[in-house]
Design a protein around this ligand. Structure first.
Ligand code: SAM
Ligand code: SF4
Length: 335
């Protein structure tokens, strides 16, 4: 094995080829499952990576084997120089993509096209304007729906990320799937995950099995096609016979996909997280600013990655909110 692949290969032989970069901790929405009602303490501006620093760090990862970069946040498109960053990263030999709430997507359409971004993950948790307002604590539903249709018209592949929560939006599961009957939408139901301050509990989560039970109540088993998942795909993919769109379930809680994990996360303030659920971080930005080599920091972070969910192997460990209290809120991690 060459030196270059080694620094991104962990002690369980997993090769990390996918880097998610958070561009900002800020957001124009306030989703209940993502951030606490009281908001979060933002990092001082001087601690946030500049676009040059993002590019330098990303280049190092690409030189060591990263082939896919996802921009996320907070909301990546609220960052003032998002266009500059997108264009800079588009010059690297990677598949570039983004997760966005789509509120500002129309303003960035040209940049996205010029940067060869083909697929966007868009978060939308309800098809009702009222409920959407309750979940996001903002009133941008109409704009988001319009922008989703705009992206489809412009030929983008659109994946809709939907976090189902019991008693909140779980009654919309079937409506979401039916939205893809005549539109090529890929609906992805994400199991509600615990993070600092998001008032998670296991009873609010809608599990993979519960989602499938609902689906099989609506459609005969013969109508529900289990699709082949792409390598390293975190989603289990399905399609209803005759539908243009597909649906998928991301079961990080009840069926973790740690065995095939190829992801690393870089927070907006330059900390490398080797797992979404890890409370420890590796400070790449300080090393970079002090003129030190960043490869050893990356290598150590990769080498210390746990086999399963940052060491929380059982649901009981995972169900204990104390296990998550030293982690960040999702908005500060970059989902
Ligand atoms: N603002 C962008 C957006 O909403 O798409 C990008 C950042 S957001 C943190 C990334 C993804 O994380 C979103 O799809 C969101 O639904 C998901 N997410 C946030 N909190 C979550 C939680 N507690 N459980 C599961 N998914 C969550
Ligand atoms: Fe913002 Fe995305 Fe979190 Fe919602 S899920 S608060 S849009 S970062």
């Amino acid at each position: 094995m060459s030196q270059t692949t080694n620094i991104l290969t962990d002690s369980f032989g997993r090769k990390h080829t996918y880097l998610r970069i958070s561009l900002t901790e800020r957001c124009n929405l306030r989703c209940t499952y993502c951030m606490p009602a009281e908001g979060i303490a933002l990092s001082p501006k001087k601690n946030i990576m500049t676009y040059e620093e993002i590019y330098t760090i990303a280049k190092e990862f690409v030189a060591n084997g990263v082939t896919k970069i996802r921009l996320t946040g907070g909301e990546p498109l609220v960052r003032k120089d998002a266009d500059v960053i997108i264009k800079k990263l588009a010059s690297l030999p990677v598949e570039l993509t983004m997760t966005t709430n789509a509120v500002l997507v129309d303003r960035y359409l040209q940049v996205l096209k010029e940067s060869n971004i083909k697929t966007l993950n868009v978060s939308l948790d309800s098809l009702s304007s009222t409920k959407n307002k309750t979940i996001t604590r903002r009133s941008d539903f109409k704009k988001v729906k319009e922008n989703i249709h705009l992206l489809l018209e412009e030929g983008f592949t659109v994946k809709i990320n939907c976090v189902l929560m019991k008693g909140v939006n779980d009654d919309e599961l079937i409506d979401f799937i039916k939205w893809g009957q005549y539109l090529p939408l890929h609906i992805r139901f994400i199991e509600f995950m615990p993070f600092d301050g998001n008032r998670w509990n296991l009873n609010k989560m809608v599990s993979l099995q519960e989602i499938l039970d609902h689906v099989y109540k609506e459609w005969d088993k013969k109508e529900v096609i289990r699709l082949t998942d792409a390598p390293n795909d975190t989603a289990k993919n399905y399609q209803i016979k005759g539908f243009q769109g597909t649906f998928a379930i991301i079961s990080s809680v009840t069926n973790p996909f740690c065995d095939s994990c190829n992801r690393l996360r870089l927070t907006a303030n330059g900390q490398l997280k080797n797992c979404l659920f890890s409370s420890s971080e590796s400070d790449i930005l300080t090393a970079l600013r002090e003129g030190k080599a960043i490869q050893p920091v990356i290598q150590k972070a990769v080498q210390t990655k746990f086999k399963i969910r940052s060491g929380m192997e059982t649901i009981a460990q995972f169900d204990n909110m104390e296990s998550h209290s030293n982690n960040r809120s999702m908005i500060q991690i970059g989902g």
